[in-house]
Structures are given as structure tokens and as C-alpha cells.
Design a protein around this ligand. Structure first.
Ligand code: CDP
Length: 229
């Protein structure tokens, strides 16, 4: 018996608990966690702050060349996102970014640039990456693929609670509208739409806790990590 390092790809809808699960699974396995959504959010923040026109391919290309996205683990062991050396972790979660991120991530040039970076990050394997197209496009050869879903109202409540944890009360209607709009754009866009890979395991998180989700994923991962020789 030997152990091999694998890639775990977690795709699915907003606020299903993908990133919470991915972070925890990475911690348990000693793997690197990469939040691909944070990369699209960082690009969106840059585009907003620099007034990049989403319909001008030249402007988009120029902007993409100016963008460097990195991740650093902070003192509390949380991975934080940096845009051109600046910590943007809080800024990229704000509603003004959430409102635009699905439009920005539907752009082909943006996806090509991000997918290339994501593949580089996963070259050594030993990573957990979450997003929308990780099992279908970024790592079609991932050893373990998961597709998460949950009831939309449950997802909206969860997202609203995350905001509350940061002392911000956002109307449930507004959260629900944002999630619905992003689901719609993410599943119908031309470039790598959100869909379950044929070999992905479906996990519905409506009625299960984060601990149960994590246990389920670890169980599935172990069977891939242990190689019988
Ligand atoms: O946190 P939440 O699940 O709501 O979203 P996220 O993972 O931060 O991703 C934000 C948005 O980025 C998604 O709604 C997608 O439009 C886009 N995205 C994508 O297109 N491809 C990915 N691999 C990850 C995110």
C-alpha cells in the first residue's frame, strides 16, 4: 500500500458550503486550498476600480496583463487573496463585486488567463480547488470530483448569516436575487458553464451539517489516496 497526492475538485452553486468544506478537507489532508472564485472576484475588483469596459477585448487584455493574484495564509491559518500585493480578501466579498463577478467570469479572455494560473497551482497535486469548472475544464483528470448543490433558500440564509458574522445585515431578498442571477449566468454562459462532470459525486447539502459534508469528502478522498500495490 502507498499514498498518492491527488487533486480534489469541488464544483457547484453559490453558498452550498463548497469553500468551507474545501478549506477543512485541505487542512485535514495537509493539502493546499485554492479558491478559484476568489481569483475571478479579484479580477472583477480590478476591472471595477480601473473602469475596464467588459465589451472591449483590448482593454481587457491590457488589464489582465497588469493583474497578479496570489494567496497567503494569515496568522489564523486562513488563506487570504492578494491583488498586486494588496490584501483584498474583505473587498472581494462585498456586494459590488458579487454583483458583477459572473459577468466578468463569463468573458473568454478572463477564463483563459485564470485557468492557466489554476493549472500551474495544481501541477504538484496535493490540492483542493473549488469553483464552477474545476472538474470539467481546469482538472478533467482530478482523482476526486464533487458537485455540490442545495435548496436555494437554504443557500440564501447561509450567505446572509455569513454577512451577519461580519456585522452586516443584508436583506434576504437582495441575497436571494444575487444568488439566483449568478446561478443563471453561471449555468447558461457559453464559456465553461457550471455543470456536473460525468464522473463527479453529487452532494446535496440542504439537510447536512458542514462536519457531515467534510466527513463525506474525506471518506471519498481516502479511497483515492490509498493505492494498493
Ligand atoms: O462564494 P460563492 O460560491 O458565492 O462564489 P465564488 O466561488 O466566490 O465565485 C464567484 C463567481 O465567480 C461565480 O458566481 C462564478 O460566476 C465565477 N466563478 C467561475 O466562473 N469559475 C470558477 N471556477 C469559480 C468562480
Amino acid at each position: 500500500m502507498r499514498l498518492q497526492k491527488i487533486v480534489i475538485a469541488i464544483d457547484g452553486y453559490s453558498a452550498c458550503g463548497k469553500s468551507t468544506t474545501a478549506k477543512e478537507v485541505a487542512k485535514v489532508l495537509g493539502y493546499r486550498y485554492i479558491d478559484s472564485g476568489a481569483m475571478y472576484r479579484a479580477v472583477t475588483l480590478y476591472f471595477l476600480d480601473h473602469h475596464v469596459s467588459l465589451t472591449n477585448p483590448k482593454e481587457i487584455d491590457r488589464a489582465l496583463q497588469q493583474i497578479s493574484i496570489t494567496f497567503k495564509v494569515n496568522a489564523k491559518s486562513f488563506t487570504e487573496t492578494y491583488l498586486n500585493g494588496l490584501n483584498v480578501e474583505r473587498e472581494i466579498r462585498k456586494m459590488r463585486v458579487s454583483d458583477q463577478v459572473s459577468q466578468v467570469s463569463a468573458i473568454k479572455q478572463v477564463r483563459e488567463a485564470m485557468v492557466a494560473q489554476q493549472r500551474k497551482l495544481g501541477k504538484e497535486r496535493g490540492i483542493v480547488m473549488d469553483g464552477r469548472d474545476i472538474g470539467t475544464v481546469v482538472f478533467p483528470d482530478a482523482e476526486l470530483k464533487l458537485f455540490m448543490t442545495a435548496d436555494i433558500l437554504v443557500r440564501a440564509f447561509r450567505r446572509q448569516r455569513e454577512w451577519l458574522d461580519q456585522d452586516r445585515l443584508i436583506d434576504l431578498d437582495e441575497v436571494l436575487e444575487n444568488i439566483q442571477k449568478r446561478d443563471q449566468i453561471d449555468t447558461t454562459r457559453e464559456e465553461s458553464p457550471l455543470r456536473k462532470a460525468d464522473d463527479a459525486v453529487m452532494i446535496d447539502t440542504t439537510h447536512i451539517t458542514i462536519d457531515e459534508q467534510v466527513d463525506q469528502v474525506i471518506g471519498l478522498a481516502i479511497s483515492k489516496i490509498i493505492v494498493n500495490i
